[in-house]
Design a protein around this ligand. Structure first.
Ligand code: NAD
Ligand code: MG
Length: 392
């Protein structure tokens, strides 16, 4: 039986996870649910799933959640705050953790799950971008396993022999990450001058949270995924390439030295990756429709437009710089995206903020959490100063 903590239960990945879980009550049981401050949504999930632990990250919401669960006769233990998230990730109630909090807020619970030896289903890519070496060390110490939920990395995992082998020994030449190109594929800088948050969040193929939707529109999502692939698969940046594939049915590819290229295909539906990672090494039904190749008819590939969408190269540059450069990249991006979503920053200024932070903030080796949190905070303050100076 997989006993499962879903961190970020009220989000898009959380909903897809709970849909898969509901299909297999004989295999999967939810033991903890955590969310930020959406009390209504979390309370409704607790009524449905009756977890042992209900965590609301914002302590100001704890009394409200407790009252609602009490009124509904749900006996989940209600807790809040950062330590509660860590308990939800590392406690004895679960053997599996779905890390689906968005952003740096998910870092410490993700690390805690790894250190506790859980099966870690990683959606929270910001955690591995911020602190890749720490996450790998925590996994090693804990003796658990990491299964990627990001569709591209889940695809690569499926195309590699035995999950995460030594790539050179396995004869891997390249990892090819596919990108949809987002809602603004084919647009020029002039077209993008007046983009609104709602336009940026209208992704052509996937329904996701607003932060990752903006990342998809800037191509930073693919940049974060290059860094994620580097850490997950031990691949040097030179062996990770990005190819735009607008239909989003080829989720990524692995090329071998003999010229073979293996790809994983499927409808753009996160439940495939989630079901794969929950049931691995078995396969279970995920509620995903059969891929209709005749209806799709064409699969296209093109090069990313790196001039218009500068974030992709900024991510490669941060990866080359190493250490906390990717922490700084992530923090600056989170601040810039939040400012854009709040109507305080134009879309095209997002890469400018990131570039200036990566150029300015000192980079250190990623030796411990303190160094990472320090780089994160310094980069955020710097980004906020630049944003304030731009917006007056
Ligand atoms: P979302 O915005 O829909 O959901 C985010 C969840 O995180 C919510 O449950 C929210 O309550 C919780 N959360 C936010 N801030 C928090 C905080 N400070 N403390 C505790 N919980 C907090 O986002 P999403 O689209 O589900 O994405 C979640 C993560 O998965 C992101 O890292 C994203 O990059 C990654 N991801 C998502 C998709 C997708 O299809 N949605 C695909 C690949 C990867
Ligand atoms: Mg992805």
């Amino acid at each position: 039986m997989r006993t499962i903590a879903v961190l970020g239960a009220t989000g898009s990945i959380g909903a897809s996870t709970l849909d898969v879980v509901t299909r297999h009550p004989d295999r999967f049981r939810v033991t903890a649910l955590a969310a930020h401050r959406s009390v209504d949504a979390l309370a409704a999930l607790c009524v449905r799933f009756r977890p042992e632990l209900a965590v609301i990250a914002d302590p100001a919401c704890e009394a409200d959640l407790r009252a609602r669960l009490g009124a509904a006769s749900v006996r989940s233990r209600v807790t809040s705050g950062p330590a509660a998230l860590i308990e939800a990730a590392a406690g004895a109630h679960c053997n599996t953790v779905v890390a689906a909090i968005v952003g740096a807020a998910g870092l410490e619970s993700t690390l805690a799950a790894a250190r506790a030896g859980k099966r870690l289903l990683l959606a929270n890519k910001e955690a591995i971008v911020m602190a890749g070496p720490l996450l790998l060390a925590a996994l090693k110490d804990g003796g658990g396993e990491l299964l990627p939920l990001d569709s591209e990395h889940n695809a690569v995992f499926q195309c590699l022999p035995g999950g995460r082998p030594d790539l050179a020994a396995a004869g891997v030449r390249r990892i090819l990450l596919t990108a949809s190109g987002g809602p603004f594929r084919g647009k020029t800088r002039a077209d993008l001058a007046r983009i609104t948050p709602d336009q940026a969040c209208a992704h052509p193929n996937w329904r996701m949270g607003r932060k990752i939707s903006v990342d998809s529109a800037t191509l930073m999502n693919k940049g974060l995924e290059v860094i994620e692939a580097h850490y997950l698969f031990g691949a040097p940046a030179a062996r990770i390439e990005v190819v735009v594939h607008p239909q989003s049915v080829v989720h990524s590819l692995v090329e071998y030295v003999d010229g073979s290229v293996l790809a994983q295909l499927g409808n753009p539906d996160m439940r495939t990756a989630i079901a794969y990672a929950l049931a691995w090494p078995e396969r279970v039904e995920a509620g995903v429709a059969t891929l209709d190749l005749l209806k799709i008819a064409h699969i296209d590939f093109e090069a990313p437009d790196r001039k218009t969408f500068r974030c992709l190269d900024l991510a490669y540059q941060a990866l080359a710089a190493g250490g906390t450069a990717t922490t700084v990249l992530n923090a600056a991006n989170e601040e810039a995206v939040a400012a854009f979503l709040g109507g305080r920053l134009p879309f095209l200024a997002i890469p400018d903020i990131i570039e200036r932070c990566v150029e300015t903030v000192d980079v250190a080796p990623t030796v411990d959490l303190e160094v990472v949190l320090d780089a994160d905070l310094t980069a955020r303050r710097h980004a906020q100063r630049i944003i304030a100076s731009l917006t007056g």
